[in-house]
Ligand binder design. Structure first.
Ligand code: ADP
Ligand code: ASP
Ligand code: MG
Length: 412
C-alpha cells in the first residue's frame, strides 16, 4: 500500500480535542488507502517545562538524564494519538524511539539519526495495522541510552522516517499554513510561499526560522523527500501549504525570498590580543572543544601588533565561552586585556538564491537599516545570504523594513 508520513507539532497536539482533530486528518488519508506513519511532538509547552525542571536542579546536568526527561513529552502524545485512532476504528499502535529503534549518535541533546530499521513496523502494516504512531524527537544511542535530536527535532524524525520507508510524501502539520517570507508573527505583511527551494529553506531554518528544523531540510534534500508544510487547523480539504522542493521545480522567484532572524545571539569581543600566526586557532580551538557554536567572526585591523577579535554565539553559550577563553588565558595559550560580552543583539538575514546572479542586495540591506537609524555591528555573507548583527530592540523594526524594501509582500 502507498505510505505517507504525517507530523503534528506541539500546538497541533496541545490537548485531547486537538489530537482528535489531527487524528481525523490521519483518518482521511487512511480512507484514501494510505498506510500512515504519524510522528508526534510533545503537547505545546511541555518540552519547555521539562527542560525547566532539569535546569532547576542544576545548570551542569548530566546530558543523558536531560534526554531521559525531555524525551518523555512525546511518549505521552504518541500513546494518546494511538488510543484516539483505535477509538475511530483505525488499527494503530504507538512506538517510542527505542522500540523502533531509531538509532542515533550518542551526542546527547543534539543526536543525529544514523539508522531506522523498517522490518518491525512493516511487519505490523502487513498484518493489517494502518497507522504507526511514533514519538518524535528521540532515539537510542549505541550505549543503549535515550537521546534527543535537538529542539524542533520531530521534524527530523518525520523526514528520516519518510526517507527510510520511501514514503510518497512527508507532511509537516503546524500552526501556520506554510512557509512564509518571514515569521508571520513578527511581520503582518509576510506572504505564504507556494514553493520554496531546499537551499533557501535550509538557510532560513539555520538562520532562525523555526518552522522546520535545519537537519530535517538537509535530510529531505539528500534523500529527495517530497516535503510539505501545512496547517493542522484549517479545513480538512485545505491542503495547499508550501512545497519544499528543488530549485528546478520553481518557475519564478524574487532575488530575496525570505528574511530570517535569531533573537538569542551574543557578540563577544576579545580586546587587545596579540596579532600573530596561530592566534585564531588558539582562540577558536578551545571554544570548539567546549562545544561553543561560533557563528560570525571578525578580526579588526591591528595596531602595534595587537588586535580585537569579535565573534558571535548563542546567548545560552556565553558562560561556556567565557570559561573556555579564561582557561586558555591561564594556560598561557592566549593573552587578551578584556573579554566583553554583548548579550542584547539579534541576527537578521536576507536569503535568496537569486543573489548568486544579482548584485546590490547587500547595499540595499545596509541602506534600509541605515534609513531606520539601525547600526550594524557585524556582517557575514555567503552565496545566498547576508546576515547582520544589530541591537535586539530593533529586531522587529529591521525585519519589517527589510521585508518592505525587498518587496516580499508581492509575488514576482
Ligand atoms: P511546531 O510546534 O508545529 O513544530 P514551531 O513553533 O516549531 O511549530 O514552528 C512554527 C512556527 O514557526 C510558526 O508559528 C511561526 O511563528 C514560526 N516561523 C518562523 N519563521 C517562519 C516562516 N518563515 N514561515 C512560517 N513560520 C515561521
Ligand atoms: N518537543 C520538542 C521541542 O519542543 C521537539 C519538537 O517539537 O519538534 O523541541
Ligand atoms: Mg517545530
Amino acid at each position: 500500500m502507498p505510505l505517507l508520513v504525517m507530523k503534528f507539532g506541539g500546538t497541533s497536539v496541545a490537548n485531547i480535542d486537538r489530537i482528535r482533530r489531527a487524528a481525523k486528518r490521519v483518518g482521511v488519508e487512511v480512507a484514501k488507502g494510505y498506510d500512515v506513519i504519524v510522528i508526534v511532538s510533545a503537547m505545546a509547552g511541555r518540552t519547555n517545562e521539562l527542560v525547566g525542571w532539569v535546569e532547576e536542579i542544576s545548570p551542569f546536568y548530566d546530558a543523558r538524564e536531560y534526554d531521559a526527561v525531555v524525551a518523555s513529552g512525546e511518549n505521552v502524545t504518541a500513546g494518546l494519538m494511538a488510543l484516539i485512532l483505535q477509538e475511530m476504528d483505525v488499527p494503530a499502535r504507538s512506538w517510542q524511539g527505542w522500540q523502533v529503534p531509531v538509532r542515533t549518535t550518542s551526542t546527547h541533546s543534539a543526536a543525529r539519526i544514523e539508522e531506522i530499521p523498517t522490518d518491525n513496523i512493516t511487519a505490523k502494516f502487513t498484518e493489517g495495522m494502518r497507522v504507526a504512531v511514533i514519538a518524535g524527537f528521540q532515539g537510542l544511542s549505541p550505549e543503549g541510552r535515550i537521546t534527543t535530536l535537538g529542539r524542533g527535532g520531530s521534524d527530523t524524525t518525520a523526514v528520516a522516517f519518510a526517507a527510510a520507508f520511501g514514503a510518497e510524501r512527508c507532511d509537516i502539520y503546524t500552526d501556520v499554513d506554510g512557509v512564509y517570507t518571514t515569521d508571520p508573527r513578527v511581520c503582518d505583511k509576510a506572504r505564504k510561499l507556494d514553493r520554496i527551494a531546499f537551499e533557501e529553506m535550509l538557510e532560513l531554518a539555520s538562520l532562525g526560522a523555526k518552522v522546520l528544523q535545519t537537519r530535517s531540510v538537509e535530510l529531505a534534500m539528500r534523500y529527495n523527500v517530497t516535503l510539505r508544510v501545512l496547517s493542522s487547523f484549517g479545513e480538512l480539504s485545505d491542503t495547499a501549504g508550501t512545497l519544499v522542493c528543488s530549485e528546478e521545480e520553481i518557475m519564478e522567484s524574487n532575488v530575496v525570498n525570505g528574511i530570517a532572524f535569531s533573537r538569542d545571539e551574543a557578540k563577544m569581543t576579545l580586546i587587545s590580543v596579540a596579532d600573530r600566526p596561530g592566534i585564531a586557532a588558539a582562540i577558536f580551538g578551545p571554544l570548539s572543544e567546549a562545544g561553543v557554536n561560533v557563528d560570525m567572526i571578525i578580526q579588526n585591523i591591528s595596531e602595534e601588533g595587537r588586535t580585537d577579535m569579535t565573534f558571535s554565539c548563542p546567548t545560552t553559550q556565553v558562560t561556556r565561552a567565557q570559561k573556555a577563553l579564561e582557561e586558555a588565558k591561564s594556560r598561557g595559550e592566549i593573552n587578551f586585556r578584556e573579554l566583553v560580552a554583548d548579550t542584547a543583539v539579534a541576527k537578521i538575514s536576507a536569503v535568496g538564491i537569486g543573489m548568486r546572479s544579482q548584485s546590490g542586495v547587500a547595499a540595499k540591506m545596509f541602506r534600509t537599516l541605515s534609513d531606520e537609524g539601525i547600526n550594524i555591528k557585524v556582517i557575514a555573507t555567503s552565496e545566498i545570504k547576508i546576515s547582520v548583527l544589530i541591537d535586539r530592540k530593533y529586531m522587529e523594526l529591521a525585519v519589517q523594513a527589510l521585508h518592505d524594501a525587498f518587496g516580499l509582500d508581492q509575488a514576482t
